[in-house]
Design a protein. Structure first.
Length: 130
């Protein structure tokens, strides 16, 4: 412990990640898309929260309103939702080919979304909005 060296950090090791995250946030903001990134310690209830949320959404919304695509990186608990009519796919993160196709599909849907929704009427809690 007598030979302690102090290193001066000139650039954050997260700089590249931070830049990519900022670009993603800006892109989603422009498209008016809400994204929730859920992180916490193992065993803190993330999977239970996601399962509860999926159950509540599936009970409330029909497949023509709600489409779920799940990418399960750890617990494999979302596999139970595969038979739900609102679910397009439940993927295991190790299946890189399918994960790549899912992200390509989602990218295409997000890019065409503004055109599809332009001029349509929809209802929010009993009020008509354009």
């Amino acid at each position: 412990m007598d030979n302690v060296k102090i290193l001066e950090v000139k650039q954050s090791i997260f700089a590249s990640n931070d830049e990519q995250a900022a670009q993603l946030r800006q892109s989603l903001k422009e498209k008016k898309i809400f994204l929730l990134n859920l992180m916490s310690a193992p065993g803190s209830g993330k999977s239970t929260f996601v399962e509860t949320l999926l159950h509540a959404l599936a009970r409330r919304y029909t497949p023509d309103v709600l489409n779920i695509y799940a990418l399960d990186c750890t617990s494999r608990r979302t596999a139970a939702f595969a038979a739900c009519p609102q679910v397009g796919a439940v993927l295991d993160a190790t299946d890189l080919s399918r994960v790549g196709r899912l992200f390509a599909l989602l990218d295409g849907l997000l890019n065409e979304r503004p055109t599809r929704l332009q001029g349509l009427f929809y209802h929010v809690r009993g009020t008509s909005q354009q």
